[in-house]
Write a protein that binds this ligand. Structure first.
Ligand code: ZN
Length: 491
């Protein structure tokens, strides 16, 4: 493996073998124990330090009610809420419209993840990437004083419970953290995890939940955004705002009807397409939303680079960019490479099976409501370049390692060398679908996924989602793969 040229100069190894790990593991098990385990078992040379998360997927211990792994404190942290796990350097927090992100309360006032872990990781020649989970669904962020100023606005003009990527207060909220870390954090890179599909994508691929209809509208109000910042952007592009609002209101009604099995006279798909013909602004608004997200990402990238040109900035791209044709169309890896040093692709294959199964079924309660999951699934496989077994088997079998290789290969071709591609490999990620006998990770699955990622041309792998939910034996599958590939650093 390559060695770092200088202690604090940003440097990511190639091949990169990273693991996502949070404060709970370090405080529960001790920094040295965690580093020993990930280095010896999985050949890890880079840590994704979860420095800011309100999302259980990356923060805290194992998700309550799921089996605890074979390490760490054998108890659930039921009160975990999350926040910033490093000290704020207040000089950098100058926006007075929204209070800065809260310090997490779980690990004591003095806890600073960077301070505790980075020196010991450097002694082992590890590289470090600071992780931010956007966590837009977490209750805790809405307790931030002034956070209401950041909110998206729905098609009826009501603030929602989702922040807007174009809102300057929201951009500033993160830009301040990025500025702080670029100045002060002893890390080589920053990775940000936005996990949002945009309004049209939601309505095409998901049924609305009747429980959401009371306070914030369907999908928690995420069919948006019609805030003044987004409307100004629409005006500059010549998009008719009134027509877009009307179109989305009608599309929400369409979704509610087909979600409940009440198929319109001309069919779900034909009626959907008619709504697009009558309100082409629907499509324009999805693009407007995606443009807002991309501008937000560019802002983060630019702020980090302005302060520290050598810091590496990348993105965690969530599973929908791989599993959904609509989200896939919204994410042009080649274009994203213009504001990315690396992309971490979610190509989780064990949990990918139940997830794809669920996606197909949900889409058949929305855009594909005229047909059945069993009939649309083969068509989707052809459209998406998947080569997997039967739909029901996905739950117990997961996706193949071939899926990992093909998706990585597609991304590597897409960015054409303009940025690095790292593969997110799943180790013991639960599915939460209440499905009995669903595919769980095994040591072999992890080993084959890591090998497939490198066969596909990945620069590296990121063992996901968090060390605190992984079993040590399955983690060792990564070490097995590196050994077979001749990449394990035995020094
Ligand atoms: Zn907006």
């Amino acid at each position: 493996m390559n060695k770092k040229p200088k202690r604090w100069q940003a440097f990511l190894p190639d091949p990169l073998v990273a693991i996502q790990v949070n404060s709970a593991s370090f405080t529960d098990e001790g920094v040295d124990t965690v580093l020993d385990n990930v280095q010896k078992l999985a050949g890890v040379n880079t840590l994704y330090l979860v420095a800011m998360s309100w999302a259980r997927g990356t923060g805290g211990r194992q998700q309550p009610n799921l089996p605890l792994p074979d390490h760490g404190v054998q108890e659930y942290d039921l009160d975990w809420q999350g926040g910033l796990d490093v000290r704020r350097n207040d000089l950098h927090y100058r926006d007075d419209t929204v209070a800065p992100p809260n310090r997490s309360a779980e690990y004591g006032d003095d806890w600073d993840l960077f301070e505790q872990v980075v020196p010991k990781a450097r002694d082992r020649s590890m590289s470090l990437i600071a992780w931010i989970a956007e966590s837009v669904r977490a209750d805790r962020i809405f307790q931030t004083p002034g956070f209401w100023r950041t909110l998206e606005v729905d098609a009826w003009g009501r603030p929602t419970r989702v922040p807007c990527y174009r809102n300057p207060s929201y951009v500033n909220w993160y830009a301040q953290v990025i500025e702080d870390w670029a100045h002060n954090a002893p890390v080589d890179g920053i990775v940000f995890a936005p996990e949002r599909p945009g309004p049209l994508n939601i309505l095409m691929e998901s049924p609305s939940d009747p429980n959401d209809l009371d306070v914030h509208g369907p999908f928690g109000g995420a069919i948006s955004c019609f805030c003044p910042h987004c409307c100004n952007a629409a005006e500059r592009k010549g998009i008719n705002i009134i027509s877009a609002q009307r179109g989305y209101r009608e599309l929400i009604e369409w979704n509610i009807e087909v979600s409940r099995g009440r198929i319109p006279l001309d069919g779900a798909f034909v009626t959907f397409w008619r709504l697009l013909l009558e309100n082409p602004e629907i499509l324009a608004w999805q693009r407007l939303w995606s443009d807002g997200q991309e501008q937000f990402m560019k802002s983060i990238y630019g702020v980090a680079k302005a302060v520290r040109p050598d810091i590496q900035v990348g993105w965690h791209l969530y599973h929908n960019y791989s599993l959904s044709p609509f989200c896939r169309a919204s994410s042009d890896y080649g274009r994203w490479a213009e504001f990315s040093d690396f992309l971490k692709l979610t190509v989780y294959n064990a949990t990918g099976g139940p997830r794809l199964n669920s996606w197909v079924k949900r889409s058949c309660q929305a855009l594909f409501a005229d047909t059945s999951p069993e009939k649309i699934y083969p068509v989707l496989m052809d459209m998406m370049g998947f080569d997997e077994g039967p739909l029901e088997g996905l739950i117990s079998e997961g996706l193949s390692s071939g899926y990992v290789e093909r998706e990585i290969h597609r991304a590597v071709k897409g960015v054409a060398g303009a940025c690095a591609i790292d593969a997110g490999v799943d180790v013991d990620i639960p599915n939460n679908f209440g499905v009995e006998k669903e595919k769980r990770s095994t040591r072999d699955q992890v080993r084959e996924a890591v090998k497939a990622a490198f066969r596909g041309g990945a620069r590296g792998v990121v063992l996901s989602r968090k060390y605190s939910e992984m079993t040590l034996d399955n983690l060792a599958g990564a070490g097995d793969a590196l050994g077979e590939l001749g990449l394990k650093d035995e020094s």
